[in-house]
Design a protein around this ligand. Structure first.
Ligand code: GLN
Length: 305
């Protein structure tokens, strides 16, 4: 049996001793205020064993990790029709890139780049009466915590600076792939990015993806096993934008990052693990998060490969 507790503690202290490279993002001014040295980890296994260390209980901005919740919610409702509006190919480009949208006729490469998540938000506006509260209810249910909230200051800060995302949204509208008012779509997108959760809550709430779509803690079927498998495939190939190949190579697990410094990774049939450290590498992924997970899967000897 792998001693997760011992390995997490050892790797955490090893990474803590090394230089903390990278920088916190400043294009969302409110995120630049975060303390750079924060570092937390939480893992939950399917049989409800959990390990936490460092700042694992402190809430942070989940940012693009919210794209996983939004995709799961919409995929369950739209079934395979969803893929008419967003593709499942890695983009090989930055998360906020505009370059492929013209050549691809307004169809984003995948749901985990900004363009793809913006289309998912447009769909949420079409299928929900109150998408913000329905998404919050969905996420609160998964994390079993009614106190999960949107940080309105962060949401506002991003809305006031969402020039690229607005450009993407308007451009896709010109191709007919956005049905609502672009301002409403960007408002919802920024709201979901500004949800705050801690490492423990994130690991718990995405455990269903490691368990064939079923939340192992309350036995609720969130998605069919086929859909969970497909989301994991997209996480593996697209979860880290133009660093997805590198994450797969170094860590060997499906996962998703956010510019708030969080990374969630999951080992199907076993566990979900979340690392939070705000300094990002040049691709917008947590520097220490990547370091930790690489060493962790190396020392456990476990990966999907
Ligand atoms: N809210 C961020 C943005 O749109 C999310 C990006 C991310 O976490 N990679 O730029």
């Amino acid at each position: 049996m792998v001693d997760y507790q011992q390995i997490i503690s050892k790797v955490y202290h090893d990474v803590l001793r090394q230089e903390n490279k990278g920088k916190v993002p400043d294009y969302i001014p409110e995120l630049a205020c975060i303390e750079e040295g924060k570092f937390g980890i939480a893992m939950t296994t399917l049989n409800n064993f959990s390990v936490e260390i460092g700042d694992s209980a402190e809430r942070f901005s989940i940012q693009s990790i919210s794209k996983v919740f939004a995709l799961a919610f919409v995929y369950e409702k739209l079934e395979e029709k969803l893929w008419r509006r967003v593709d499942v190919e890695p983009s090989g480009n930055a998360f906020n890139s505009l370059v492929q949208i013209e050549a691809d006729n307004g169809i984003p490469r995948n749901p985990f780049i900004n363009a793809g998540a913006i289309v998912i938000c447009d769909i949420l506006l079409e299928i929900c009466v109150d998408p913000k509260s329905e998404m919050l209810t969905f996420i609160r249910g998964l994390a079993e915590d009614d106190q999960i909230l949107v940080n309105e200051t962060v949401a506002k800060s991003e809305r006031q600076n969402s020039f690229r995302n607005s450009a993407l949204c308007n451009y896709m509208k010109s191709f007919g792939n956005i049905r609502n008012n672009p301002d409403d779509v960007i408002d919802l997108y920024c709201t979901l990015c500004a949800i705050e959760m801690n490492c423990n809550q994130l690991s718990k709430s995405l455990l269903f993806l490691a368990n064939e779509g079923k939340n192992p803690l309350n036995h609720q079927q969130i998605l069919s096993s086929s859909k969970a498998k497909r989301i994991n495939a997209i996480l593996l190939t697209c979860g880290f934008y133009d660093e997805s190949g590198e994450f797969s190579f170094r860590v060997g697990l499906p996962g998703k990052s956010g510019v708030g410094g969080g990374i969630v990774a999951l080992y199907p049939q076993h566990y979900c693990i979340t690392v939070w450290s705000p300094k990002l590498n040049s691709k917008g992924n947590s520097y220490r998060g990547m370091k930790f997970l690489e060493a962790f899967t190396t020392q456990t000897g476990e990966s999907i490969f």
